[in-house]
Design a protein around this ligand. Structure first.
Ligand code: SF4
Length: 415
């Protein structure tokens, strides 16, 4: 409901490809990817994870195709999957060909691992015949040894050169249905490599910081790299690589794109004040309870949990809905306007009930249904707290007066 502002939606122009029915690049919305951690041969287990990933925000899901049983699993998974499936291929050309037989909507090839030109061209020709795109997935950790030697390490130039060599093989069979990634676990290296790739190619770019590790460090590294590039207009599809349940990857990807205003809000955006000496409640506990109660309801709204009624509703006036605590009561507000005052122990319950009504009926209707007298009641609480605790803990006006006196400016009015 809250409208994203700013112009991060301006993207560097790229060609457009289609992974199944999902467009990537060429002005399409930036998409979220994740990868299953199940054995691909376990069809039901993998499908359960794919559905969970899709529900958490993944637009495209990748599964490993590392053995014959995995390829057979893909043949059964693809028709039942809610999102397009990409097969991840490393060393074995026959796995790439088997994945194409299985009907996958995309392949990911690692040029550092599948090295024989004849094999690369064979896969590209087969993919071309079937209209299946390929991601050239360069990885600093598995760069071709010749490039490593030539550039003295996994430099941005070496990563981009690896992609360029793969493109040249593809060009020999007339295949250019491609997206590119140049991932590294080092954030500065990854950023530089993608910047160079963006200057070099007009193919869509798949962003990621590889092997970022477990959250919260992995989330921070992924965000530092991916968000920096997205803010520069670089990147058409993203993946967080976390040592965690992949649902966290999908959720993080979706939340990042929503936070940058690159995708419509699909789920809850819970904001909460950091809390301070003025707080009338345990903000952390209430925010966690609200998050737990609201997050699986898929309500596309911004909800604020604020520690005090003195500043809370004003500071969170842009939120669709919020609650602030004061004098053992909760002030429920919509777009900064108090609509109800409830006992403190019913705050979360009231917040959840109002969130559902707000989504069903809209802001105007819920403002019109505000309790008569709620504003006045809230203002009385606010005034009482101000009288008890003061509204100016820093005694600002007295200090300004003293500063002005110091500058011999006693007559100046205090504004
Ligand atoms: S809303 Fe109130 S409790 Fe929360 S940080 Fe602001 S002043 Fe402190």
């Amino acid at each position: 409901m809250a409208t994203p502002t700013g112009n991060l939606t301006e993207r560097r122009p790229t060609r457009q490809i289609h992974v199944g029915d999902v467009a990537v690049g060429g002005g399409a919305p930036v998409t979220v990817q994740s990868m299953t951690t199940t054995k691909t041969a376990d069809v039901d287990g993998t499908l359960a994870q794919i559905y969970a990933l899709a529900a958490a925000g993944a637009d495209i899901v990748r599964c490993t195709c590392n053995e014959e049983a995995a390829a057979e699993g893909l043949a059964r998974i693809v028709p039942r999957s809610p999102v397009p499936i990409i097969a991840d291929i490393h060393f074995h050309v026959e796995m790439a060909l088997a994945a194409l037989e299985a009907g996958v909507q995309g392949l990911r090839l690692n040029p550092g691992n599948l090295r024989k030109p004849e094999e690369i061209k064979l896969v590209a020709a087969e993919a071309k015949d079937r209209g299946v795109p390929i991601r050239i997935g360069v990885n600093a950790g598995s760069l071709h040894p010749d490039l490593y030697k030539k550039y003295g390490g996994a430099t941005p130039e070496a990563l981009v050169e690896s992609a360029r060599m793969e493109l040249a093989y593809f060009a020999e069979v007339g295949f250019d249905d491609v997206k590119i990634s140049v991932k590294a676990s080092s954030v500065p290296l990854m950023i530089d490599a993608y910047r160079l790739a963006s200057e070099t190619f007009d193919y869509p770019l798949h962003l990621g910081v590889t092997e970022a590790g477990p959250p919260p460090g992995g989330l921070l590294k992924g965000t530092a790299g991916i968000a920096t590039l997205l803010a520069e207009g670089i990147g058409d599809t993203i993946r967080y690589s976390l040592t965690a349940d992949p649902v966290e990857e999908a959720r993080a990807g979706r939340q990042l794109l929503e936070a940058l205003g690159l995708r419509e809000r699909k789920g809850l955006d819970l904001i909460a004040c950091p809390s301070c000496g003025r707080s009338e409640i345990d903000v952390i506990a209430v925010a966690q309870a609200a998050q737990a109660a609201l997050e699986n309801r898929n309500l596309p709204i911004q909800v604020a949990v604020m520690g005090c009624v003195v500043n809370g509703p004003g500071e969170a006036r842009e939120a669709d809905l919020g609650i602030a605590a004061g004098r053992k009561r909760g002030h429920l507000f919509i777009k900064g306007k108090i609509v109800r005052v409830v006992p403190e122990d019913q705050m979360v319950e009231a917040l959840v009930a109002e969130a559902e009504r707000l989504v069903a009926e809209g802001v105007e209707a819920r403002l019109a249904a505000a309790d008569a007298g709620a504003e006045a009641e809230a203002e009385a609480d606010r005034r009482e707290l101000l009288d008890a605790k003061g509204d100016d803990a820093n005694a600002s006006e007295t200090r300004v007066d003293l500063i002005r006196k110091r500058f011999g400016d006693e007559a100046a009015p205090i504004t």
